[in-house]
Write a protein that binds this ligand. Structure first.
Ligand SMILES: Cc1cc2nc3c(=O)[nH]c(=O)nc-3n(C[C@H](O)[C@H](O)[C@H](O)COP(=O)(O)OP(=O)(O)OC[C@H]3O[C@@H](n4cnc5c(N)ncnc54)[C@H](O)[C@@H]3O)c2cc1C
Length: 295
């Protein structure tokens, strides 16, 4: 299939891009890596009148680590983010998640911002953004705003981004030293979108008890979700096997999966609990190692 005819702009700087995004807000589309948009256009599920290609804008690409945050420019390739030393050392949860995205060819072209703006509920990056309380930086011709990850997704492929806004960067808070992490998912075949994806961050205090817990899931509803009941059950407890299991057992009641051609809602609910228990177990082991390294 070929896409319907469209006009094409390649702005060289951010003001020009914002102006084009504003002018064509009703029927134009930003294109970044094109790994989601182009298939939609080829199937004629999207028919933008114009594409605004943001790949030539240098200021939208790159990784900056400062003041306890790692900020990733919107057009940074997923593979570049996942292999960047600052990300591997300071945000290993993010690096681990990116390794699950599609195939290397997809990661080499797909962008961090494109995945977050596209908001597929089974995509890895929005799940990690939620687990790490990321902030999305957004600009339009007449201003800018910062949106917490928890408020960014509204529904399937739908976010709070207005048609005249551009996502310019995503900023992730670096977890405290001594944190353990795990990203895990189940997909039907290697490279497929996840049936269920889980991101876990666990911090142990000096007494070895859980100081903070963050558990986010994808593929279990129209937007990524936090497993609040499980998180509350863990905090203040020693992370023994029965405690981790009890926390994971609450997850099924917290999620809202639907039946689709890939899996039933019941199967996804079951998977969510199993994956959270396994991810908590891995995160606990990594937190113990990280804690010893920081004594
Ligand atoms: C075979 C295949 C397998 C894949 N498997 C996975 C997978 O397992 N997990 C996964 O997460 N993804 C997967 N993907 C999708 C891939 O990660 C995409 O790269 C990603 O979803 C979109 O990023 P992009 O840069 O390609 O965005 P594009 O396709 O260029 O854009 C996607 C959407 O976001 C909008 N957009 C892009 N950038 C911005 C911005 N800065 N501001 C505002 N709006 C913007 C576009 O207008 C468009 O609506 C797969 C894709 C393919 C083709």
């Amino acid at each position: 299939m070929k896409p319907a005819a469209f006009g094409y702009f390649a702005p060289r700087d951010l003001p020009e891009a914002l102006s084009l995004v504003s002018t064509y807000s009703s029927d134009g589309k930003v294109i970044a890596g094109g790994q989601s948009l182009v298939p939609l256009m080829n199937f004629r599920l999207a028919r933008p009148s114009h594409l605004i290609d943001i790949n030539g804008i240098g200021s939208l690409s790159g990784i900056d680590a400062a003041d306890g945050r790692v900020t990733i420019g919107a057009t940074t390739r997923q593979r570049d983010a996942g292999t960047h030393p600052d990300v591997k050392v300071q945000l290993p949860l993010l690096a681990e998640a990116i390794s699950y995205i599609g195939h290397l060819a997809i990661q080499n072209r797909g962008t961090v911002g494109g995945s977050i703006a596209h908001a597929d509920p089974a995509a890895e990056l929005p799940v990690v953004a939620l687990a790490l309380d990321a902030q999305m930086h957004v600009q339009r011709t007449d201003g800018q705003r910062t949106i917490p990850a928890a408020e960014f997704s509204l529904g399937y492929l739908t976010t709070v981004l207005e048609a005249d806004e551009l996502l310019t960067a995503t900023s992730f808070g670096v977890p405290p030293a001594g944190s353990g992490w795990c990203f895990s998912e189940v997909a039907r075949r290697h490279g497929d979108f996840a049936l269920v994806a889980v991101a876990v961050l666990l911090t142990l205090d000096a007494a070895g008890k859980v100081g903070s817990a963050s558990i986010a899931l994808g593929g279990v509803g129209p937007v990524p979700m936090r497993a609040g009941a499980a998180e509350r059950l863990l905090v203040g407890e020693a992370p023994t096997d029965p405690v981790l299991r009890a926390a994971a057992d609450t997850v099924g009641a917290d999620v809202e999966p639907e039946d689709d051609i890939h899996a039933s809602a019941d199967y996804r609910r079951h998977l969510a609990g199993v994956l959270v228990r396994r991810a908590l177990t891995t995160a606990r082991a990594r937190a113990a190692v990280a804690g010893n390294e920081h004594v």
